[in-house]
Design a protein around this ligand. Structure first.
Ligand SMILES: Cc1cc2nc3c(=O)[nH]c(=O)nc-3n(C[C@H](O)[C@H](O)[C@H](O)COP(=O)(O)O)c2cc1C
Length: 217
């Protein structure tokens, strides 16, 4: 039985969010093909995680056996969010492009789950690459939506795409090999023309196909 973690990052009302509609479609299709799947839902757009602060940093970098009682409270959200990733086989991430990057709420979530001793280890004995991920073997699909267009490699705005590289750079904290991330993007949302409708239709077809494929792995 697979566990699917569905993360939504749009600040928009759910019924108006393209990325939310895509994550719903992917999840429904996955469940149709694999009904025993356990689904965990985390909506960081509607319920943003807290930003990390000096108390979080102090607590996270204190070894567990040396932590003071207040530190457990400060790390409670981080622990809960990490537990959801640990449980997941498949991560479905719906994220808008905001100002060419990921929404601040999604960055807050990444900052909560990139945790020494839980999702990565750090050892200077490893030389110039001291960070090693602690999780592995998870699949990630990024379902995004953009108002403009041309953000794919080779596209007219590829150099402004700070969304996909930001997710790929942190994928190892999620137990995901960056080279295996599946990406499906709606474009042209701000133009509201036939190119947008075609982009939505194509994204929906690809999301359904991928969900059916991944449900039987
Ligand atoms: C605050 C904000 C910033 C945005 N910045 C960009 C941007 O930099 N580039 C772009 O192509 N679209 C941008 N958009 C358009 C969104 O990416 C687009 O509306 C997308 O459909 C939002 O996802 P959602 O429908 O799931 O809410 C922005 C929208 C908002 C609300």
């Amino acid at each position: 039985m697979a566990t699917l973690l569905k993360i939504d990052a749009s600040a928009q009302l759910r019924e108006r969010s393209h990325t939310h509609q895509l994550t719903e479609l992917f999840t429904r299709t996955f469940l149709d093909a694999a009904p025993r799947t356990q689904v965990i839902e985390r909506d960081v757009g509607q319920s943003p995680p807290p930003f990390v602060d000096h108390r979080f940093i102090h607590a996270a970098f204190t070894p567990p056996d040396k932590r003071e009682p207040w530190m457990a409270d400060v790390l409670a959200t981080s622990d809960r969010l990490i537990d959801e990733i640990v449980a997941a086989d498949v991560i479905v991430l719906g994220t808008p492009m905001y100002n060419y990057g990921i929404p601040a709420t999604l960055k807050a979530w990444i900052d909560q789950v990139a945790r020494i001793g839980r999702t990565f280890s750090f050892d200077l004995e490893r030389g110039d690459f001291p960070i090693e991920p602690m999780l592995s073997g998870k699949r990630l699909v990024v379902l995004s939506s953009r108002g403009e267009f041309g953000f794919a490699p080779g596209g007219v705005r590829a150099d402004r795409n700070m969304l996909d590289p930001a997710i790929a750079a942190c994928a190892h904290y999620l137990g995901v090999d960056a080279a295996t991330i599946a990406t499906i993007a709606i474009e042209y949302q701000e133009f509201k023309d036939e190119r947008h409708s075609a982009s939505v239709d194509a994204a929906r077809v690809r999301a359904v196909d991928l969900a059916r494929q991944w449900a039987v792995i």
